[in-house]
Ligand binder design. Sequence first.
Ligand SMILES: Cc1cc2nc3c(=O)[nH]c(=O)nc-3n(C[C@H](O)[C@H](O)[C@H](O)COP(=O)(O)OP(=O)(O)OC[C@H]3O[C@@H](n4cnc5c(N)ncnc54)[C@H](O)[C@@H]3O)c2cc1C
Length: 411
Amino acid sequence: MDDTVAVIGAGIVGTCTALELLRAGYRVEIYDSGGPGSGASFGNAGLISPDSVLPAAMPGTLQKVPGWLLDGRSGPLSIDPRYLAKAAPWLARFVGASRAAKIPALSTALRALHRDSFDLYRDLLGVGDTADLLRRNGQIQVWHAGDPTTPLMRHLWAEHGVATEPLDADALRQLVPDLAPEFSEGQFFPDNGMTVNPARLVETLFGKVVEAGGILHRERVMKLIPDEVGPWRILTNLGDRRAGKIVVTGGAWSKTLLAPLGIAPPLDTERGYHVMFSASGIDLRLPMVHRGFGIGITPMEHGLRVTGRVEIAGLEKAPDERQSEIVLAHARRLFPTLDTEARSVWMGFRPSMPDSLPVIDRVARHPGLFMAFGHGHFGMTAAPATARAVRSMVRGNTPQIDLVPYALSRF
Ligand SMILES: Cc1cc2nc3c(=O)[nH]c(=O)nc-3n(C[C@H](O)[C@H](O)[C@H](O)COP(=O)(O)OP(=O)(O)OC[C@H]3O[C@@H](n4cnc5c(N)ncnc54)[C@H](O)[C@@H]3O)c2cc1C
């Protein structure tokens, strides 16, 4: 049997997975037409959050949606009316996942994937590159006073032993001197942190893939063809290749790859934007989140990055610069002295399942086919634990974490 594993997609999930598989002794060939880190993993907020235990859909989310849609400038969400019919089944499942009875199990499953993120990155990167690329410097979260989900958030943090420290106006001002005075309350999460550059994190990990013997095919995979007796066939835009096993880590595009095999995960994309300020003039030493605006602010090595928006509009529509203008407006409101002169904009496709949990699974009717996609808002945090779980699945070993919550059969 061909002992080559083909990893389809070189985002953070595929890259960590390739490295784990190489370390387990497999031959690994990785496919990505855009090259490593050219998808969602390129321009995200870079928050590494072991303490992320809140699914995107929470009780009360549904009640907030009409207000968000009517007042597109202050809420985090917009839905393209032309995409609404296509998105409706995903949105219905999203609403279903927000029921109070669902939250404890989803929260536990998120915690299991996120908890050891820094340690697992250190195993993959080594001490030197970890010090270069990662900072466990804590995160500040601020949100609107009176948010009805606050008691549940606090309950889940306590339930999972998440360390938090309340920040009053003085403490906030000391940590973030340039923050506008209207934001006077927050919470500090000492165990979270960030990467100084998500794209360079993927590149560095990919360098280790190559060092370990991994081969990159800069090709777009068009079709995966199972063969009952021989290896899988991989038809790409440039070739007809073979591999004994396949791991689909194609982010938001994974659904298209799986469709011809009769596999239809409820995967859609939550499009997100960043605005990067290369000379912001803002004194910020650790990352921040504003939960109500749905905004992350990260002091990266190449400037201040402000990310946000959940735009439900599919994979085909061109970026909508009005979305990045909303991110810009939030940034100005948070930091009135922000220098916005030198800035650039980016849009990326979060690969999102409606219940906020990825699919990490094998396909029983297609031996040798594995799936690891759908990490939504948390892929930079969850990638190393996902990769380790895939390594166990591929080897036929018992994984370190219970993979039942991430099975596709939950839908
Ligand atoms: C604005 C924004 C902010 C975010 N902030 C954070 C954050 O702070 N912290 C966090 O943990 N997460 C964050 N995320 C989420 C995170 O970025 C994603 O969950 C993560 O990057 C997904 O990684 P991935 O490898 O699954 O997908 P991707 O990075 O999208 O990689 C998939 C790759 O597969 C390739 N591919 C797809 N189809 C094919 C094919 N047919 N043939 C060959 N190659 C193919 C693509 O070219 C792509 O490179 C954010 C996302 C966005 C958009």
